[in-house]
Design a protein around this ligand. Structure first.
Ligand code: ADP
Ligand code: TRP
Length: 326
């Protein structure tokens, strides 16, 4: 570890298959930051319990996400990588923080409001989700949390809770900062809304070639003819995704051709699929290699949990002491 490097931490919930929104919004920025040598990345399996109650599914998604992270470049020699539920101290810190978290703060949470509006019947876990997330972050003395824009409010809540703890029990917890890269803050899904596991509009990072080609070719566009010039070419979904997946010059070239007229949407979507498929090709090969070696992956997660627990123990001991717990 390089001294005085900020500690970076992020987590992803194993509640589905990861998509390119997760990749560009959270994973790639996190992987870029691991070079600093003080990076903590985890699979938020306790969090998945707020939306998923099939044990087998949880295990399968957890395994899948472990492969995804490692295939996409998480390097266990540089970053600590573990399963949230292997470090139980996070549950204890959730309680300490929960007793200081105002109901009003949790009632204002967008993700809670969105989920209940969608008909998910709320339970204590869903309501307390931001407190568990605050515990994830505060347990590791985190400075910086790279996430997509949808997590901004959770980060603000984490800061509020940390400040409240420090005011109540004395300076104990590090108050973290969010890191949201503007250009990848919200990756659009196939319907133009935010790409999300829960909206059925995703392009998976790893998936079946035929199915993905079909998904991309099925993107609905407007009914203008290929010849018509399209002055709003920069708003086109395929162009926006190409800017992430193709070399800069290529995306700009397609944008210009669309703007000038003469480029059909079918050809544009074909190019998008090819660039998407090639972009992830090396990671796909790495993932297949890792999938054939489950013992290695398990060992990485166990060693990660040990390293994570060493830090967690220090923080929880400090926090218990501050609260008057022996
Ligand atoms: P989902 O909305 O698909 O359930 P998660 O909530 O599990 O995604 O998100 C995991 C991480 O990926 C978070 O840091 C989140 O901000 C980021 N992320 C998810 N979707 C997007 C998106 N469309 N654009 C940018 N970042 C995203
Ligand atoms: N809530 C995050 C999500 O849905 C996942 C998460 C859990 C997380 N704990 C975290 C992200 C701590 C960053 C830091 O995407």
């Amino acid at each position: 570890m390089i001294p005085n490097m900020p500690r970076v931490l992020t987590g992803i919930t194993p509640s589905g298959t990861l998509h390119i929104g997760n990749y560009f919004g959270a994973m790639r920025p996190a992987i870029e930051l691991q070079a600093g040598g003080d990076a903590f990345y985890f699979i938020a399996d306790y969090h998945s319990m707020t939306v998923l109650t099939e044990a087998k599914e949880r295990l399968a998604y957890t395994r899948g996400i472990a492969l995804d992270w490692l295939a996409c470049g998480l390097d266990p020699a540089k970053a600590v990588f573990w399963r949230q539920s292997d470090v139980h101290e996070v549950c204890e810190l959730t309680w300490l923080l929960g007793t200081l978290t105002p109901m009003g703060l949790l009632e204002r949470a967008h993700s809670y409001k969105d989920k209940t509006a969608k008909g998910i019947s709320p339970n204590f876990g869903l309501f307390a989700y931001p407190v568990l997330m605050a515990a994830d972050i505060l347990l590791f003395d985190t400075h910086v949390v790279p996430v997509g824009k949808d997590q901004k409010q959770h980060l603000e809540m984490t800061r509020d809770i940390a400040i409240k703890f420090n005011q109540t029990y004395g300076e104990t917890l590090v108050v973290p900062e969010e890191r949201i890269a503007e250009e990848v803050a919200v990756i659009p899904g196939l319907d133009g809304q935010k790409m999300s596991k829960s909206y059925g509009n995703t392009v998976e990072i790893f998936g079946d070639e035929k199915a993905l080609r079909k998904k991309i070719m099925g993107i609905v566009m407007d009914s203008r003819t290929p010849q018509e010039p399209k002055p709003d070419a920069d708003k086109n979904l395929a162009i926006q995704l190409l800017k992430l997946l193709a070399p800069a010059g290529v995306a700009a070239d397609f944008e210009n051709r669309l703007r000038a007229g003469g480029l059909g949407y079918g050809d544009l979507k074909k190019a998008l699929f090819e660039h998407y498929w090639n972009f992830f090709a090396p990671y796909r090969a790495k993932r297949a290699e890792l999938a054939a070696n489950p013992d290695y992956v398990e060992q990485v997660l166990r060693e990660g949990a040990e390293r994570a627990r060493a830090v967690a123990m220090q923080t929880i001991t400090r926090a218990r002491k501050a609260c008057g717990l022996r």
